[in-house]
Design a protein around this ligand. Structure first.
Ligand code: GAR
Length: 202
């Protein structure tokens, strides 16, 4: 059976990448194959996770390339070289330009650690999202997986899962619970859903 060729883009610890690697190994992801991990941070622990799973890695640094255009150009070269069908942003902390996202319509997805449209868009990433939810005093937060378009965190929603906020939560405790109860579940499920559709259409 044909599988969609997947690239995962990361910047940091890579726990979502690990959830995707595990999901491919245990069959939750069966319509896609993780072929490449791209990081915009040479020190990302996510790169170790990829190497441990024998997945090819590429590091693309904006500081080396000078401009957003050159940065995205190098990423596109890797995507072409590896014949990538589908891109997953899994803790990728850099916003991609409209000209990049337009080239891959409904072929890029992102996981965001809140219930979009709350606490999302420019400036909301990582622990800042959880700090904002605690500061606002919401009682429920969660995670969202969505298609990526030209609006940061604005593309069509694929899956969401809610998580309760506890009175004594810190951004760190909340982040861990949202990852464990929501992100690590809905990201692999969404990847399988979209890859299955892509494979069916081909
Ligand atoms: C995750 O919580 C992810 O949802 C978030 O960063 C963390 C990355 O962790 N992404 C964003 O905030 C994007 N706007 P990980 O590297 O362990 O997967």
């Amino acid at each position: 059976m044909k599988k969609a060729r997947i690239a995962i883009m990361v910047s940091g610890g890579g726990t979502n990448l690990q959830a995707l690697i595990d999901a491919e190994q245990n069959g939750i992801i069966s319509s896609g194959k993780i072929c490449l991990v791209i990081s915009n941070n040479a020190g990302a622990f996510a790169l170790e996770r990829a190497k441990n799973a024998s997945i090819d890695t590429a590091v693309v640094l904006k500081s080396d390339l000078g401009s957003q255009e050159a940065f995205e150009g190098r990423i596109k070269e890797y995507l072409t070289e590896y014949q990538i069908d589908f891109i997953v942003l899994a803790g990728f902390m850099s916003i991609l330009s409209e000209s990049f996202t337009r080239e891959y319509p409904r072929r890029i997805i992102n996981v965001h650690p809140s219930l979009i449209p709350a606490f999302c868009g420019k400036g909301f990433y990582g622990l800042r999202v959880h700090q904002a939810a605690i500061d606002y005093g919401v009682k429920l937060t969660g995670a969202t997986v969505h298609f990526v378009n030209e609006v940061p965190d604005g593309g069509e929603i694929i899956m969401q899962k809610a998580v309760k906020i506890r009175e004594n939560d810190t951004p760190e405790t909340l982040q861990k619970r949202v990852m464990r109860l929501a992100e690590w579940k809905i990201l692999p499920e969404s990847v399988e859903k979209v890859c299955a559709e892509l494979v069916r259409k081909d």
